[in-house]
Design a protein around this ligand. Structure first.
Ligand code: DGP
Length: 112
């Protein structure tokens, strides 16, 4: 499978790692949209939020268990935004489920 984020997980493409364990990987977005912009991905290839099911949802639960830990480590004491783009209408550009963590400054009150 020719998946950019699977290659990042395997270390075939370099990335700036923020956190890693046996289920998930977190790294800095190459094109940051805020002072802090981290991507959190499951090590299992799930194409998007639309591919979450009872067989793989433990990965998503674990991502959300670790997001507060990552946010604290990044100093996001004032809050942060968690976003996932799902499918073409949402402009999902990498077809491996990922959650954006954005913060480190006052974010726009517009969701889109
Ligand atoms: P989305 O548009 O929601 O599919 O977000 C994909 C994000 O992935 C986008 O913000 C840029 C980021 N990205 C794309 N290629 C790379 C890469 O090679 N390295 C890193 N660190 N981020 C990437």
């Amino acid at each position: 499978m020719n998946c950019l984020f699977c290659k990042i997980i395997k270390g075939e493409i370099p990335s700036s790692k923020v956190y890693e364990d046996d289920m998930i990987y977190a790294f800095r977005d190459i094109n940051p949209m805020a002072k802090v912009h981290v991507l959190v991905i499951p090590k299992l290839h799930i194409p998007s939020a639309d591919g979450v099911d009872e067989d793989n949802s433990a990965y998503i639960a674990h991502i959300f268990e670790m997001i507060p830990y990552i946010a604290k480590a990044e100093g996001l004491d004032g809050g942060y935004r968690v976003i996932t783009n799902c499918g073409d209408d949402a402009c999902q550009s990498v077809k491996h489920l990922h959650f954006h963590i954005l913060g480190g400054e006052q974010l726009s009150d517009k969701m889109c």
